[in-house]
Design a protein around this ligand. Sequence first.
Ligand SMILES: [Mg+2]
Length: 206
Amino acid sequence: VFTAQTSVFAEPTNLGLEKKNLVEYHDSGAYMSEIQTVANNASQYIAHEALVNETSADPKKLAIVLDIDETCLSNYSNMITIDFANLPDKILEQISAANEPAIQPMLDLYQKALHNNVAVFFVTGRDQSLEKATIQNLHAAGFENWSGLTLRHGQIPTIEYKTKARANIAKQGYTIIASIGDQDSDLTGGYALQTFKLPNPYYYLP
Ligand SMILES: [Mg+2]
């Protein structure tokens, strides 16, 4: 006798269809439009904090902390060429080519922060072996005059690594008014007065 099996699971989203949705999210302009909204909010907040600080009796050294991939530089065209696959060797090769374009709303935020005398520190999960390529790519994309660039040394987990990096910036006498990234692991752990999360449905980094 055939008995229909019931399952507590609904069929999960089909991977092929989901990839189409992810391409549509990008190609429709929705992805960039949402980045623009977050960047505008963050930039207004940074400008306001800079103004308050400038007119304060006891001005502080203000800083912001930025992630790099899918925050300041876009890997989107690279992800398309490998159909969103997680291929570490291929991704390493793509990053080493140092030709990723700037995410324009974040380049605008970056330049405005510097203009407002707010120091900018990059804290990236990229390995230290990619330091030269990273510097080259940031310059090529229009990022200049940052105050620090921290890359990951060894296998330290992201939240622990990024929190320590922000603590080190604070130790140098800076008040970190904002931390901006595309992953929750960029933003948890403290040492930032405000955090701003950019959209990134393309990959997840715990
Ligand atoms: Mg990132």
